[in-house]
Ligand binder design. Structure first.
Ligand code: AMP
Length: 427
């Protein structure tokens, strides 16, 4: 079977790497890809926002399955247009992608179907939002409704900060994403990510992970797309996983089907594990980046079989196997990220770092120079991922591999996994 993968990040490199190990693939195409993806797939230059061009490519190349990595093409309806042409797609259509594209849509669904989440109200008007804030008080979480590249959320500990956040969002700081504002209570607990594979009717639990959003050690500094992740999340016991399926994921599948927009693809639940149990913070409608990377390292089933079953509604009765090991990813980014940074610096030692069979260096923003040298081409550039019997062991192995990479213009956090490692030491 020929497959087209859409995307260019570390997440897509991990998906390409795992798909390429399936016996089911004739040709794996990727667009636009990166230097790492091009080692696993035939990279082609297509504009994913030109749905007609993607459809023509699939027809001309007998592509039977399209796997969409990032959220933007999903929210833009690429999956709907491909399915309309009879091409199978892994990923939700536009209506189901509202679970990520509109926070108020998800919150309203939770309220209507009794899914645990923080108490909230939605506002299209600044004065009404400020009036609610005066009544409700701080701390409070202020959110732009639409997609804001992970930046439209302000956890405000005081009233002044909350008022300023409401003013900023309605003032246009996040463009059209901020035409509507959600105000919600602050949840207290430990955060975890839970991934489920969905085919419109059935959801199968995948695995859990925890990520590090802040740029610097100690979870300090500005928010980023993610500086590292590990799987599984120690806070997610078997009992907690069962509760998430029963109280959050399965009711969401029923709600989406009931509302006429059944969900297929990966449902990524951002959770707060509170004293009362799991509560939903937000949904994403695709794999996390970098959470996907440790997940793919741990996966012991055929990824193509899984994605195809999800795309064609055949997940019922399926099972997914995982290595009985932990995995951890350290993101190497260009100095200056998430602010401004230079592109084009030379990176050496990636092959050496990946010589250990329990280490894989996934590429994010990379390209090849004219002489074949590896060049940085983005903010987040490499994802050094390692397996280990414990998270502590995976962490040690990942940082040993980082040491073999020579890239003076890059940096990484030195403490990815600290919470899990502390827990293991205490155990
Ligand atoms: P979101 O984009 O909705 O996942 O929010 C980004 C981050 O803001 C989350 O990962 C949490 O750390 C934090 N956050 C969002 N909503 C809440 C909430 N209701 N209570 C506490 N923290 C929250």
């Amino acid at each position: 079977m020929n497959i087209l993968l859409v995307g260019s990040g570390g997440r897509e490199h991990a998906l390409a790497w795992k798909m390429a190990r399936s016996g089911r693939v004739s040709t794996l195409f990727a667009t636009p890809g990166n230097a790492g993806i091009c080692e696993e797939a035939e990279c082609v230059s297509l504009d994913a926002s030109d749905h007609g061009a993607v459809i023509s490519f699939c027809r001309a190349n007998d592509v039977r399955l399209v796997v969409i990595g990032p959220e933007a093409p999903l929210v833009a309806g690429l999956a709907d247009d491909l399915r309309g042409e009879g091409i199978a797609v892994f990923g939700p259509g536009r209506a189901a992608a509202r679970l990520e594209g509109s926070k108020s849509f998800t919150k309203d669904m939770c309220r209507r179907y009794g899914i645990p989440t923080a108490a909230y109200e939605t506002f299209d008007d600044e004065a009404a939002a400020l009036a609610y804030l005066e009544e409700r008080g701080a701390p409070v979480v202020v959110k732009a409704d639409g997609l804001a590249a992970g930046k439209g959320v302000i956890v405000a500990s005081g009233m002044d900060e909350a008022r300023a956040a409401i003013g900023d969002i309605f003032g246009g700081a996040f463009g059209a994403a901020g035409a509507r504002v959600v105000l919600e209570d602050m949840l207290v607990g430990e955060e975890a990510s839970f991934f489920a594979l969905c085919d419109g009717r059935t959801a199968l639990p995948l695995a859990t992970a925890q990520d590090h959003k802040r740029a610097y050690d100690g979870d300090e500094g500005p928010n980023t797309g993610g500086m590292g992740a590990y799987s599984p999340a120690p806070v997610m016991t078997e009992e907690m996983n069962a509760r998430v399926m029963e109280e959050i994921i399965n009711p969401t599948m029923r709600a989406m089907a009931d509302m006429g927009c059944p969900f297929s693809g990966v449902l990524y639940a951002g959770l707060m594990i509170t004293e009362k149990g799991p509560e939903l913070i937000e949904y994403n409608v695709r794999f996390g980046d970098p959470e996907c990377q440790p997940l793919m390292m741990r996966l012991d089933s055929d990824l193509v079989d899984m994605l195809e079953a999800a795309a064609s509604g055949d997940l019922a009765g399926g099972r997914i196997d995982w290595l009985d090991e932990a995995a951890l990813t350290v993101v190497m980014a260009a100095r200056g990220y998430p602010g401004s940074y230079e592109k084009g610096s030379v990176i050496e030692g990636v092959e050496r770092a990946g010589e250990d069979e329990r280490v894989k260096v996934f590429h994010a923003g990379t390209t090849r120079g004219e002489g074949g040298e590896l060049l940085a081409a983005g903010g987040r550039v490499l994802n050094v991922t390692a397996l280990g019997a414990t998270i502590s062991e995976a962490q040690r192995r990942a940082y040993e591999a980082v040491e073999k990479i020579n890239w003076p213009e890059g940096f990484c956090r030195k403490d990815i996994g600290w919470r899990a490692v502390a827990r293991e030491k205490g155990a």
